[in-house]
Design a binder for this molecule. Structure first.
Ligand code: PLP
Length: 449
């Protein structure tokens, strides 16, 4: 048996303390999630170090990766910005206290009202299409704004291994597809028409895109900005938003690739980004900031053997691991076995299924997974779930949202928990009296049935 990694040993200590304080309880609290706030601070420090050669870079955390306001507030306190993709995320970023000039609003479907709001606040906006640029122009004609405004290009350089995560394919719904006939020239002209347009944005994809592909997408954005500046003068485009998408290693506790590796790839593909008189850089990392700084843990309720295969029925399933359950090959997760005290089980690995509580057969966290044989009352921990998992629960089967706790380990080893999100009470049932919402004029409507 190999010694646990420092990260695994830390999870074990946190889990033992969570059980001791009954944040996990086999009767009352069957599932809980944890965000390691010390880990988040260390990751943000790594990110800053990697981009130290890009003075003034704004690192805007992609709120969709973990939109819990107390987590966003921590990131704000660490000096991060926030990338938002809906009105709801914008509201959360503001609630977390991000100053508008450190918020970046991306979305392919921004409404007029959302744009008016963002521009009035001074939130940076990346337009996604020619139609949106026209809409912004009409708003600004009446009301000038101090927002930084950019345009998202689709570099059309191809996808990675997960189609749903690849945003730079030739037919992607995102950005202005630069290689489509006439678009490049038309977008260059837009910079001539719109003096407020000063930034170029590219986000090539998330998990599954190799670093060289992401860096090549950024290089396309830089080449386009260079072209605009060659036409209208140096500094016409003053900033490049390189998006996020640094992939996360879900296989073990190693952080790879790191931000430093990515910056080296960027320097190789797009040296002008960092050069003297280069561009102001904006980044939008989500998964790489939070994934490895969060985990969840759930009790095993029952175990059985079916068709010869051991199965553990746990309380973590599709409600907190939606992508993994619906697309298990693209989103494999590690599972760790702990006893009821939160101590790692060290028994011989046995291949078993780890199932969730929901009522459909595919609700599995892991299939045919080797780990010490689980028994009723044990705990399973699911590492690397700080982004895109428990923070965005799925309400299937009326399964409640689990509590989320922030964790800090103080000098001397005291583990301190703070409440990030209370558990939803499944017995508190929302109901609506069914009062009429419209009193319509009579019209001819065919009878039902
Ligand atoms: C999702 C998204 C991000 C964050 O992607 P990660 O893979 O979590 O880093 C950044 N920018 C845009 C525009 C996105 O859609």
């Amino acid at each position: 048996m190999t010694a646990p990694t420092p990260a695994a040993a830390r999870r074990e200590r946190i889990l033992q303390e969570a059980v001791r304080h009954r944040l996990l309880d086999p009767e009352e609290s069957l599932l809980a999630a944890f965000v390691d706030l010390d880990g988040v601070a260390a990751t943000v420090a790594d990110l800053r170090d990697a981009f130290a050669g890009a003075p003034g870079a704004l690192h805007a955390f992609a709120a969709k990766a973990n939109c819990l306001v107390p987590v966003l507030r921590e990131l704000n306190a660490l000096g991060m910005g926030c990338e938002v993709a809906t009105g709801g995320e914008l509201a959360r970023a503001l609630a977390a206290g991000f100053p508008p000039e450190r918020i970046v609003f991306d979305s392919p479907a921004k409404t007029r009202a959302e744009l008016e709001r963002a521009l009035a606040l001074g939130v940076a906006v990346n337009a996604d299409s020619f139609q949106e640029l026209d809409r912004i122009a009409r708003i600004l004609a009446d009301r000038p704004s101090r927002s930084r405004i950019g345009v998202r290009i689709n570099p059309q350089i191809g996808g990675g291994s997960i189609a749903a995560m690849s945003t730079a394919t030739s037919t992607s719904k995102f950005g202005v597809p630069l290689a489509d006939p006439g678009n490049r020239e038309r977008l260059v002209r837009a910079f001539g028409d719109h003096p407020w347009l000063t930034r170029v944005h590219a986000h090539t994809g998330s998990q599954g895109c190799p670093l060289d592909l992401i860096a090549a997408g950024v290089a396309e954005a830089v080449a386009f900005a260079d072209e605009v500046n060659a036409v209208y003068g140096r500094g016409r485009v003053d900033g490049i938003d390189i998006g996020g998408g640094l992939p996360v290693n879900f296989a073990d506790d190693t952080v790879t690739p790191g931000f430093g590796t990515y910056v080296r790839s960027l320097k190789a593909h797009a040296p002008a980004l960092f050069g003297p008189g280069g561009y102001r850089i904006v980044t939008e990392f989500g998964r790489s900031v939070l994934a490895k700084n969060g985990f969840m843990a759930a009790y095993v309720e029952y175990t059985k053997t079916s068709g010869g295969r051991p199965i553990a029925l746990t309380h973590a399933g599709v409600q907190v691991a939606t992508r993994t359950v619906f697309a298990p090959d693209a989103w494999p997760l590690r599972i760790e076995a702990y006893d009821a005290s939160g101590t790692a089980k060290r028994g011989r690995p046995v291949r078993q299924d780890v199932a969730g509580p929901a009522c459909f057969a595919g609700d599995l966290l892991a299939r045919d997974h080797a780990l010490p044989l689980l028994e009723p009352g044990d705990l399973v921990a699911v590492p690397d779930t700080g982004a895109y998992y428990f923070s965005t629960p799925f309400h299937y089967n009326s399964l409640p949202e689990p509590a989320v706790y922030g964790v800090r380990v103080r000098a001397g080893g005291r583990v301190e928990f703070t409440l990030v999100r209370p558990a939803q009470d499944p017995w508190h049932v929302p109901d609506h009296p069914g009062a009429p919402v419209v009193a319509a004029e009579p019209v001819a409507v065919p009878a039902a049935g």
